[in-house]
Design a protein around this ligand. Structure first.
Ligand code: HEC
Ligand code: HEC
Length: 178
């Protein structure tokens, strides 16, 4: 092998290692290149709205997920040591084609309701982290201004059904105003 071929081969090995999605991340992730340092909270090259689903998935894998892994682990390494796609998209993510907000996510009640006050007293730390880090961070990564909780969390309970019907068609009923 020539020197440059060796360099490329090594780079490919490193990339393969970095992309080993199913492998658990090494526990002491210090010393690894930080995704945040390498890429930062910057928007995609082309507007999110204009990206194909395939490009969006690629962007999630290459940038959103690794950066969010770092943010969540920095917040609570024990709880979020193995943070991944599924934490935002839910177990059913492939069935629902990564649609957001995932119906299985924690429901954030509308502001001003007793439910919202209950959330604030039950999850003060989580809410602070969500407000100060996660929500603005996601907005920056997508290049979308005023990103809200509703980007990831449903704001009302899904219709309860005991038997899970596979991919129930969306209701035709108009959404409630506001
Ligand atoms: C921190 C939360 C978070 C993580 C982690 C995350 N995503 Fe996402 N993803 C989102 C949000 C939010 C959207 C929707 C953005 C919007 O349109 O407002 C999205 C959108 C997508 C879309 C586009 C769906 C569509 O139809 O437009 C795909 C595909 C996707 N994610 C795949 C993945 C994969 C694969 C991973 C893991 C490698 C991942 N995501 C990790 C939050 C996350
Ligand atoms: C980019 C996606 C994203 C956004 C935006 C977001 N969250 Fe979250 N939120 C998450 C993820 C991921 C978790 C952890 C889920 C888990 O434990 O697997 C979480 C957890 C929570 C929890 C803890 C729930 C529990 O059962 O432990 C609360 C409360 C919460 N979020 C509230 C909010 C509020 C309020 C906002 C808006 C200010 C918000 N979130 C915005 C992704 C998001």
């Amino acid at each position: 092998m020539t020197q440059s071929m060796k360099t490329i081969a090594l780079a490919l090995v490193l990339i393969a290692a970095a992309c080993g999605g199913s492998k658990p991340a090494a526990s002491g992730s210090k010393g690894k290149t930080s995704a945040m340092d390498a890429m930062g909270l910057t928007p995609p090259d082309s507007p999110w709205e204009a990206m194909s689903v395939a490009d969006r998935e690629f962007y999630m894998i290459g940038k959103v997920n690794p950066i969010m892994q770092e943010l969540f682990a920095a917040h609570d390494a024990e709880e979020y040591g193995d943070f991944d796609c599924v934490d935002c998209h839910g177990e059913e993510m492939r069935e629902i084609e990564f649609r957001m907000p995932a119906p299985s996510m924690y429901i954030v009640p509308p502001e001003g309701t007793p439910g919202h006050r209950g959330m604030l007293s039950t999850f003060p730390e989580e809410v602070k982290f969500m407000q100060e880090v996660v929500t603005p961070g996601m907005g920056k990564l997508l290049g979308i201004e005023n990103y809200t909780c509703a980007g990831c969390h449903p704001s009302e309970a899904p219709k309860r059904k005991k038997a899970k019907k596979a991919a129930a068609p969306k209701r035709k009923r108009a959404k409630p105003k506001g």
